[in-house]
Design a protein around this ligand. Structure first.
Ligand SMILES: Cc1cc2nc3c(=O)[nH]c(=O)nc-3n(C[C@H](O)[C@H](O)[C@H](O)COP(=O)(O)OP(=O)(O)OC[C@H]3O[C@@H](n4cnc5c(N)ncnc54)[C@H](O)[C@@H]3O)c2cc1C
Length: 387
C-alpha cells in the first residue's frame, strides 16, 4: 500500500521489517494468551542496535535522534509486532541524559546502550493521584547517605524486566511547597537490589500483554548518590521527557493504523460474498479510505513533532497533538478492520483482535485525550485553566 507520504529512514525501516518477519503472529498470539514477556524479540532488537538510537554516540548509542526512533517503532507496529515491551528502553534514559551528573551518565548510559542494563521502568502514576501527579504520596526521606522510600505506584510497566527504574517521589510534602509541582525528586532505583528489600512488585493482568505492575515501597533504601539532578525539581525533569514519549507512542499508533489498513484493504479485495469481492461495495471501501486519510494526516503531525524535537525546539503542543491524532486514527482503523473482516476479525489467528486491544491503550496512556485537549486549550489557545 502507498503511504501517501515519502518514508523517512528507508534503510532502517527495511531492516526492522526483516527483523520483525522472524516474529510472526503465532509468536505474539502465544505470548498474549499467557501474558508472557517477549524476551527473544526484545533481545533481537537490542542486538540489532535499534533500542539505542536516542543515546549519543559518545555513550555508545547511534545518536540518530527521534525521527529514526519513530521509524523503528512505526515499522515494528506495522509488522504486527508490539514495541510496548521495550519502547521505554529508548526514551526513559532521556531523564538521565538530560539531568544526570557526568558520573551517573558515564556509569549507566554505555551499559544501557549495549543492552547490558535495562532502564525501561518509569514510576510516576499512583492509585490516589491519577493524572494529578502533584498529588503523589510516595515519599523519599533523606536519612544519612540514603533516601528511605515509602508509598505505592500503579501501572508501572516492565518493572519485572528492568534493572533500573526512574522513580518520581515527593521529598517535600505538597503543603510545604510554594508551588504544587515543587518538592518532587527523581531517583534511579536499582531494581536488582530493591526487589525483596523494601520493594514488592505485583503484576496487574490487563486486556493486553503489557507486563504492567503495582509497586509497594516499604522503607526501601536508595543511595542519595542516585538522586538525578537537584532535589525538589523532579517534576520538571519528568515533564521534559514526556514529549519524546508522546511522539514515540504516536509513531506506534501510526504503525498500528497502517497494519489495520494493509490488512483490511487486502481482505476486502480477496473476500467474496454475494458473488463479488466485498471491497467492490463502497460501504466497505469508504471506511478503509477514511482510515487512510486520517492516518496520513496524523503521520504528518508525528513527523512535524519529531522534527521539532530533534531541532531542540519547544514542540510540546505538537507532541500532544500528534499523540491525540495518531491514537484516534489508529483506533478508528482498528474498528474499521474488525468490521471489514466480519466474524474473522474476532479470531485470534488473524491478529486483528489482539492489535485492536493493544491500540486502544493509547487514548488513555501515557496521557489521556482529555488532558491533551486541556493542554491545547490552555497553552495554544490561552483559555482559562480548569484545574
Ligand atoms: C497498560 C498501562 C500501562 C501504563 N504504564 C505506565 C508506566 O509505565 N508508568 C506510569 O507511571 N504510568 C503508567 N500508566 C498509567 C497511565 O499513564 C495513566 O493510566 C494515564 O495517565 C491516565 O491516568 P489515570 O489512569 O490515573 O486516570 P485518571 O487520572 O483517574 O482519569 C480517569 C479519566 O478521567 C479523565 N479526567 C481526569 N481529570 C480530568 C479533567 N480535569 N478534565 C477532564 N477529564 C479528566 C481522564 O482523561 C481519564 O479519561 C499505564 C497505564 C496503563 C493502563
Amino acid at each position: 500500500m502507498s503511504d501517501a507520504q515519502p518514508q523517512s529512514y528507508p534503510e532502517i525501516r527495511e531492516a526492522v521489517r526483516r527483523l520483525c518477519a522472524g516474529f510472526p503472529g503465532e509468536y505474539w498470539q502465544r505470548l498474549d494468551r499467557d501474558r508472557i514477556y517477549p524476551t527473544e524479540f526484545v533481545q533481537t532488537l537490542t542486538e540489532a542496535g535499534f533500542l539505542s538510537v536516542l543515546i549519543p554516540e559518545e555513550f555508545g548509542g547511534s545518536g540518530l535522534g527521534l525521527g529514526a526512533a519513530t521509524a523503528v517503532l512505526e515499522e515494528i507496529h506495522r509488522s504486527g509486532c508490539n514495541g510496548g515491551a521495550c519502547h521505554a528502553q529508548m526514551y526513559t534514559m532521556g531523564t538521565l541524559l538530560k539531568h544526570g551528573s557526568a558520573a551517573q551518565k558515564a556509569a549507566y548510559l554505555p551499559a544501557i546502550a549495549s543492552g547490558a542494563l535495562r532502564l525501561q521502568a518509569f514510576g510516576v502514576t499512583e492509585p490516589t493521584a491519577g493524572t494529578d501527579t502533584t498529588r503523589i504520596r510516595t515519599f523519599a526521606r533523606r536519612v544519612g547517605d540514603d533516601y528511605v522510600v515509602n508509598g505505592q505506584k500503579i501501572w508501572i510497566s516492565r518493572a519485572e524486566h528492568s534493572d533500573l527504574m526512574i522513580l518520581l517521589c515527593r521529598t517535600t510534602p505538597r503543603e510545604d511547597c510554594a508551588k504544587a509541582s515543587d518538592g518532587m525528586s527523581v531517583l534511579l532505583v536499582d531494581m536488582r537490589e530493591a526487589v525483596g528489600n523494601g520493594l514488592t512488585v505485583r503484576p496487574v493482568r490487563t486486556m493486553l500483554n503489557h507486563a504492567t505492575t503495582e509497586l509497594f515501597f516499604d522503607d526501601l533504601k536508595v543511595p542519595a548518590a542516585n538522586l538525578i539532578g537537584e532535589e525538589g525539581k523532579g517534576f520538571r525533569y519528568i515533564l521534559s521527557g514526556m514529549n519524546a514519549e508522546r511522539i514515540l507512542i504516536a509513531a506506534e499508533c501510526i504503525g498500528d493504523g497502517r497494519f489495520f489498513i494493509d490488512r483490511a484493504a487486502a481482505y476486502a479485495k480477496e473476500r467474496e460474498v454475494f458473488g463479488r469481492a466485498i471491497g467492490e461495495n463502497q460501504g466497505v471501501q469508504f471506511p478503509i479510505a477514511r482510515a487512510y486519510v486520517q492516518l496520513a494526516a496524523a503521520a504528518e503531525m508525528v513527523d512535524k513533532a519529531a522534527r521539532l524535537f530533534d531541532a531542540g525546539q519547544d514542540g510540546g503542543t505538537e507532541a500532544n497533538m500528534a499523540k491525540m491524532l495518531a491514537s484516534e486514527a489508529s483506533w478508528y482503523a482498528a474498528d474499521m478492520c474488525v468490521q471489514t473482516h466480519g466474524g474473522f476479525g474476532f479470531a485470534e489467528e488473524y491478529d486483528i483482535e489482539r492489535k485492536f486491544r493493544e491500540t486502544r491503550l493509547y487514548q488513555v496512556a501515557p496521557i489521556s485525550t482529555n488532558l491533551i485537549l486541556s493542554h491545547v486549550a490552555t497553552h495554544a489557545l490561552g483559555l482559562p485553566k480548569s484545574f
